[in-house]
Ligand binder design. Structure first.
Ligand SMILES: Nc1ncnc2c1ncn2[C@@H]1O[C@H](COP(=O)(O)OP(=O)(O)O)[C@@H](O)[C@H]1O
Ligand SMILES: N[C@@H](CCC(=O)OP(=O)(O)O)C(=O)O
Length: 268
């Protein structure tokens, strides 16, 4: 039932907590493993998109700062500094495996305006034809108010929808959705499967677990709602060891799977 070996188009989202250390410096060993696994998955003949957070944190790290700079203006400037740092490391790491990468920065108007959405869809399609892995982030420099996704969880669900992905995987610093935030309660239990985003699921999703992350489980649940509405299964799993991506594709019982009942019965 959980077998995703036949998934041809995959979107993988990595959060700030997966990409950087609490020092705001890049987690190089994790990024190396991530690039290797994604390049390998691509080599199998799949189309892969990487949605990456970490620009703001990387900007802080480069400036030798670790504390959260909260004003919008500061975050925008930090993202502008950090985005280049992210692309430089992805270019280097994927380049070692002969994989071309492409920077795609998006704002929310692409999902609100049909013409823009078509342009973005066409660009992704051409990038896949070129054999590239699109590396996506929000365009934080211009994304405020009505232009803003606000978080990369929902952004990744929209990207999955635009490209018609077969699977969305969100890697975070936690094993999946728990019955409550494990940082706040030792009774928290991992929920393995979710078939519907109801008021119970909404009620257990709390905010971010680390200083530079955005949205926590709430935005991941919102992403699941968007993905499920568009018939796309989504998995939240721990990005500590990126080889978990292989486990997910092989159908191993890891993380939390969000899948609507109709899709589930088709897969069975
Ligand atoms: N019900 C829940 N189950 C799991 N994690 C939760 C829950 N509610 C809140 N969280 C928090 O969500 C965090 C993951 O989201 P976030 O901090 O935004 O990370 P990322 O940078 O990976 O997006 C966890 O570390 C945890 O503290
Ligand atoms: N665009 C921001 C990411 C915002 C965000 O959603 O962060 P996260 O909750 O860590 O996925 C950045 O690159 O810093």
């Amino acid at each position: 039932m959980r077998n995703f070996e036949d998934a041809r188009k995959i979107v993988v989202k990595v959060g700030t907590s997966t990409v950087t250390y609490p020092t705001c410096k890049l987690n190089l060993s994790r990024l190396e493993k991530l690039a290797r696994v994604l390049a390998d998955i691509k080599n199998e003949g799949r189309d892969v998109v990487l949605v990456t957070s970490g620009a703001v944190a990387s900007g802080l790290g480069r400036l030798g700062l670790t504390k959260n700079h909260k004003t919008t203006q500061e975050k925008q400037a930090l993202a502008a500094i950090g985005q280049g740092i992210l692309m430089q490391i992805y270019e280097k790491l994927f380049g070692e495996y002969g994989v071309v990468v492409a920077q795609v920065l998006l704002t929310k108007d692409v999902v609100d305006e049909e013409k823009k959405m078509l342009n973005v869809k066409n660009t992704f399609e051409q990038l896949f034809k070129f054999g590239a892995i699109p590396i996506v982030n929000e365009n934080d420099v211009v994304a405020i108010e009505e232009l803003e996704f606000g978080d990369n969880d929902t952004l990744s669900a929209y990207v999955a929808t635009i490209i018609g992905a077969d699977l969305l995987i969100i890697l975070s610093d936690i094993d999946g959705l728990y019955s409550c935030d494990p940082r706040l309660s030792s009774d928290a239990e991992l929920i393995k499967e979710v078939y519907e985003i109801d008021s119970y699921i909404e009620s257990i999703a709390g905010g971010a677990g680390s200083l530079n992350s955005t949205g926590g489980m709430q935005t991941k649940i919102e992403a699941a709602r968007i993905a499920m509405q568009n018939g796309i299964p989504m998995v939240i799993a721990n990005g500590e060891n990126p080889s978990i991506l292989r486990d997910i594709l092989a159908g191993k019982d890891v993380g939390t799977l969000f899948i609507c009942k109709e899709l589930l019965s088709k897969k069975e």
